[in-house]
Structures are given as structure tokens and as C-alpha cells.
Design a protein around this ligand. Structure first.
Ligand code: FAD
Ligand code: NAD
Length: 483
């Protein structure tokens, strides 16, 4: 079967479906290709959404345990893994089904199968066994296109030292399946996935040990923010081992023998029931047929693109995890919309001043714009103000006084360059920081905007008040700059 389209989109994740939908809204004839039954990609099927559903359950379990201190005693929770799994899968099904409907409503042709490029303006889709079209045809489809957007995403990285073909060694996809709640779980990697899924299993009852090879958790984030999260994780995990690397895995009875290396390692050989490997992700850039195009990749395999997300092949654009970090769903979607605008001939460029990052642990950690450590590394003079959540009435009512909201401010212009928040609900609060940075807001702008009381959002306003030495709830007079 052969057909033609204005825009072919390979990959149905947040990059691919956002591109397909906007292109259809702009009047293009669009074909979206993915192996899954509906659009959604990693984010909806095996990433953002199932993990956040489970993190919600983890938070409820934690709060129920903590309620004892507030005079409310619940019985020990009884876990029904089948129902928990079913609920999480229901969330995924409703969301991906909704995207399928939105795709149909927009007139996007969704082709279920695997795409290979035949050249700069054509591709072939090989249907998966159960993905026959409405006509019952499950043969390959050849498609010619004016433009294509590559949005094939990423997959878990598996370094040689951590590759063991065993159902006791999990990647994030396997961990999200909730195969069992192991008595002991080793999490390799103290990044986003390790901490989020480690928290889930700790709340569900596993004794979780986190091993991180660098000296601190979440290497990209400011240390004062990380320490808020690390303190609490220290309380729910069996152990957090920093500066430690896993150098080998082997089957060991009904578990896994793990070899650890690091200055502080006292017992280099340990046994764990299960191991979750979460040491980063690599791009899916081995797209079959890419060699018939001028598309170039860097040493790590990321596809090289310009400011409009155009590759070295003029008809081909690339977005999302495929083109580099940060590997985040909202970054993928915004790049996708930029690429579509460029294809439509509009003036467009991907030039964000602030891409928010959120680690959905409890408490959450979020930041956007310039971090304090980046400013230091760049030798850039900034003023940093912090509002401690112990001074927030709302944080007290939630019994979550451990938290901090910080602003990174240009001392000359008083413009907000970065915002960092560690505390309950930080992921929701950070959006104000993004708007402030993108709008070029100053500390005075944030101070003068009336924030509702009592809310955690007041911590952003009060962090700006701290800059002027006039925060209502902390006494920190402004000092004259040192000569
Ligand atoms: P993907 O979502 O990876 O989609 C790519 C799609 O392309 C896949 O469906 C793949 O099967 C398909 N594909 C690949 N090759 C072909 C081919 N040849 N033919 C047809 N189809 C193909 N990000 C956040 O912002 N917030 C979060 O909370 C968050 N949580 C996460 C939790 C986990 C456990 C994981 C693993 C990731 C998480 N992420 C999160 C990251 C987020 O999932 C990715 O950044 C995002 O999915 C990238 O979108 P994408 O469109 O680039 O690619
Ligand atoms: P990551 O890059 O966030 O963290 C990996 C960690 O593993 C790093 O801290 C690294 O130093 C450590 N590491 C590497 N090799 C190691 C070894 N041999 N032993 C011990 N530690 C080792 O990667 P991830 O957690 O796998 O997540 C992948 C990406 O997915 C993230 O970078 C993020 O872009 C995305 N993601 C985002 C969210 C979110 O937005 N909330 C959630 C999950 C995933």
C-alpha cells in the first residue's frame, strides 16, 4: 500500500503527538506512526504517568502513617497488588485512549507499526502482527512526505557492568509493572528514576538501598535543595550510598549478588532480592534507513538539530529525547511545536530561558532557569535569597516545614534568573518561576504580586521580600554589600 502525506511523524510520545496535533490544527495532512495501540510514547505508557500514579499512592501511604502524630490512627494498610496494578493501568489506558480520540478528531492518520526511512522523503511502516488497518490489511505501508519529524525518544542505558539477563534485574519499565514487592531492593543510580521509583518501593514496604556513583544525589540540582530531599529519603531508605559504583551483578540463589566499589564501601559483595538499574537513558537514534539521509548524530547518539529542530537533511526535523537533554516530556512537546511552526513557514525558534525540572519525590524538588551551581561554574555574580518553609504558615499546617524556596537574582538589574524549590508540591509551584523568568520579572515584581494566604506560593513572594531585607515572616535585614 502506498500513500502520501504533508507531514509524517515517527514516534507517538509527547514530542510526536504534540507535533502531529499542532500540524493538523494548522491544516496539514498528518500521519503519526508508533507501535503502540494509541499515541503516548514512553511518557504515558512507561514513564511519567504510571510513575506519578504510583508516587501518589506512596504519598497517601506515607501520610496515613504520619497521621499518627496528628492524633489519627489508621490500621496498617493492606496492599492488593493486582488492584494497584489495575488502577495504574487504568490511568494509562484512559490517558492514551484520550490521545487516540484527539488524534481521530483532528483527522490525524495513526499508523500502528515500526517505521524505517527509505530516503529523505519516504518511509515504510511495517505493521505489528495485531495492528491491521480498518481494512484488515496488515501489510507494509509506503509513505511519501514533504516533511517528517523524528521523535523516536529514548530507552534505558544498560552499561556492560550492569547488564545481567535476569528477571531479578529491573529497568524502570519492569519496576513500573510491579512484578512483586521485594523484601530488599537495590536501586543503582540516585537520579530522577532511582529516587522516584525507590520512594515508591520504600513506601510499599521494600528495604531500599540507593547507590549513586557521584558524591551527591541528583547531580544536576543545587545541593541545598537536594539536602531537603536527601534528609527525608535517608529516613525511608535502608541506606543511601554516595560515591559508590556498582561494578558487577550476578545471579545469587533467589536474588542478585552485587559488587560495589567506593571509598566508603565496607562490604563489597552484597545480596539483594531485586536490583533496579536507573543510570540514565540513551536516544533511539538507530532509526533504520537514517543512513540514506544527511542526518548527523553526536558522539552520544543524539541527532544534531538547529534552533528550529531541523536536522542536516532539510526535509527532516527531530525533537524530544532523541535530540538531547534535558530528557523531559514538556521539553519534547515544546520542541515539537517549534518544529511544526517552522515547517508551516512561521517565524519560530526553540529558545527557552527556563525549562522546569521536577523530581516527584516526597518532598518534591523543582528548579528552572539558572541554578546557583551553574552561576558559580560560570563565574557569574548573582544574589541568592532563600525563604525557609519553617516560616510558612501553610507548610506548618501540612506538617511539612522542611523546605526552601530560593531565587537566583541578578544584583544589577534585580531580574530573576533562576528559581529553586524543595518541599511538598514544589512541582506545582515552579511554574510561577518559569513565568517570572520568561517575562523578565524582577524581585520587586514578585514581591508586589499579592499571593493568596495561606499557601505555599507565598514562599516565592517572601523569597523576593528577603532580597529587600523586608520579609514579613523572617527577620533578615539587608546588609550593605561588602566593599
Ligand atoms: P518517547 O516518549 O520516548 O516516545 C518515542 C516513541 O517512539 C515511543 O513510543 C517508541 O516506541 C516510538 N518509536 C521509536 N522508534 C520507532 C520507529 N522506528 N517507528 C515507530 N515508532 C518508533 N519526563 C517528564 O517531563 N516528567 C516526568 O515526570 C517524567 N517521568 C518519567 C518517568 C520514567 C520512569 C521515565 C522512563 C521517563 C520519565 N520522563 C519524565 C521522561 C519522558 O518520558 C521523556 O522525556 C519523554 O517521553 C520524551 O518524549 P519523546 O516524544 O521524545 O519520546
Ligand atoms: P539520571 O541521569 O537522572 O540519573 C542517573 C544517575 O545514575 C546519575 O546520578 C549517575 O551519576 C548515576 N550512575 C550512573 N552510573 C552509575 C553506576 N554504575 N553506579 C551508580 N550510579 C550510577 O537518569 P535516570 O534516573 O535513569 O533518568 C533518565 C532520565 O529520564 C532523566 O535524566 C530525566 O531526563 C528523565 N526522567 C524525568 C523524570 C521527571 O521529570 N520527574 C522522572 C524520571 C525520568
Amino acid at each position: 500500500m502506498t500513500s502520501s502525506t504533508d507531514l509524517a511523524v515517527i514516534g507517538g510520545g509527547p514530542g510526536g503527538y504534540a507535533a502531529a496535533f499542532l500540524a493538523a490544527d494548522l491544516g496539514m495532512k498528518v500521519t503519526l506512526i508508533d507501535e503502540a495501540p494509541d499515541p503516548g510514547g514512553v511518557c504515558l505508557y512507561r514513564g511519567c504517568m504510571p510513575s506519578k500514579a504510583l508516587l501518589h499512592v506512596a504519598k497517601v501511604l506515607t501520610e496515613a502513617r504520619e497521621a499518627r502524630a496528628w492524633g489519627v490512627d489508621f490500621a496498617e494498610p493492606a496492599l492488593d497488588l493486582d488492584r494497584l496494578r489495575g488502577w495504574k493501568e487504568g490511568v494509562v489506558g484512559r490517558l492514551t485512549g484520550g490521545l487516540g480520540q484527539l488524534s481521530t478528531q483532528r483527522g490525524v492518520t495513526f499508523l500502528r507499526g515500526r517505521a524505517e526511512l527509505l530516503g529523505p522523503t519516504s518511509l515504510r511502516v511495517t505493521r505489528t502482527a495485531d495492528s491491521a488497518g480498518p481494512d484488515g490489511n496488515d501489510g507494509p505501508v509506503d509513505l511519501t512526505f514533504a516533511h517528517a519529524i523524528l521523535a523516536t525518544g529514548s530507552r534505558p542505558a544498560v552499561p556492560k557492568s550492569l547488564s545481567l539477563d535476569s528477571d531479578r534485574v529491573w529497568d524502570s519499565t519492569r519496576a513500573l509493572d510491579l512484578p512483586t514487592i521485594p523484601a530488599s531492593l537495590l536501586v543503582v543510580g540516585g537520579g530522577y528514576i532511582g529516587l522516584e521509583l525507590g520512594s515508591v518501593y520504600a513506601a510499599l514496604g521494600s528495604a531500599v538501598t540507593v547507590v549513586e556513583m557521584t558524591p551527591g544525589l541528583l547531580p544536576g540540582a543545587d545541593r541545598d535543595l537536594v539536602s531537603v530531599v536527601a534528609r527525608r529519603l535517608g529516613g525511608i531508605c535502608e541506606a543511601v550510598m554516595l560515591g559508590t559504583t556498582v561494578v558487577g551483578l550476578a545471579e545469587d540463589g533467589d536474588g542478585v549478588r552485587v559488587t560495589l566499589k567506593g571509598d566508603a564501601v565496607e562490604q563489597p559483595e552484597r545480596h539483594f532480592d531485586r536490583v533496579l538499574v536507573a543510570v540514565g537513558r540513551v536516544p533511539n537514534s538507530e532509526i533504520p534507513g537514517l543512513e540514506y539521509t544527511a542526518v548527523k548524530r553526536d558522539a552520544r547518539g543524539f541527532v544534531l538539530v538547529d534552533g528550529q529542530r531541523r536536522t542536516d537533511e532539510p526535509t527532516l526535523f527531530a525533537v524530544g529525547d532523541l535530540v538531547g537533554e534535558p530528557m523531559l516530556a514538556h521539553k519534547a512537546s515544546h520542541e515539537a511545536r517549534t518544529a511544526v511552526e517552522a515547517i508551516a513557514g512561521h517565524k519560530a525558534g526553540f529558545e527557552p530561558a527556563a525549562i522546569p525540572a521536577v523530581v516527584f519525590t516526597d518532598p518534591e524538588l523543582a528548579w528552572c532557569g539558572l541554578t546557583e551551581s551553574q552561576a558559580k561554574a560560570q563565574g557569574r555574580t548573582v544574589q541568592v535569597t532563600r525563604f525557609p518553609w519553617a516560616a510558612s504558615g501553610r507548610a506548618m499546617t501540612l506538617d511539612r516545614p522542611a523546605g526552601v524556596t530560593k531565587l537566583i537574582i541578578d544584583p544589577e538589574s534585580e531580574q530573576i534568573l533562576g528559581v529553586g524549590i524543595a518541599g511538598s508540591g514544589a512541582g506545582e509551584l515552579i511554574a510561577e518561576g518559569v513565568v517570572a523568568i520568561e517575562m523578565g520579572a524582577t524581585a520587586a515584581d514578585l514581591r508586589l504580586c499579592i499571593h493568596p494566604h495561606p499557601t505555599l506560593s507565598e514562599t516565592v513572594m517572601e523569597a523576593a521580600e528577603v532580597f529587600f531585607g523586608q520579609s514579613t515572616h523572617v527577620y533578615r535585614p539587608k546588609r550593605a554589600p561588602r566593599p
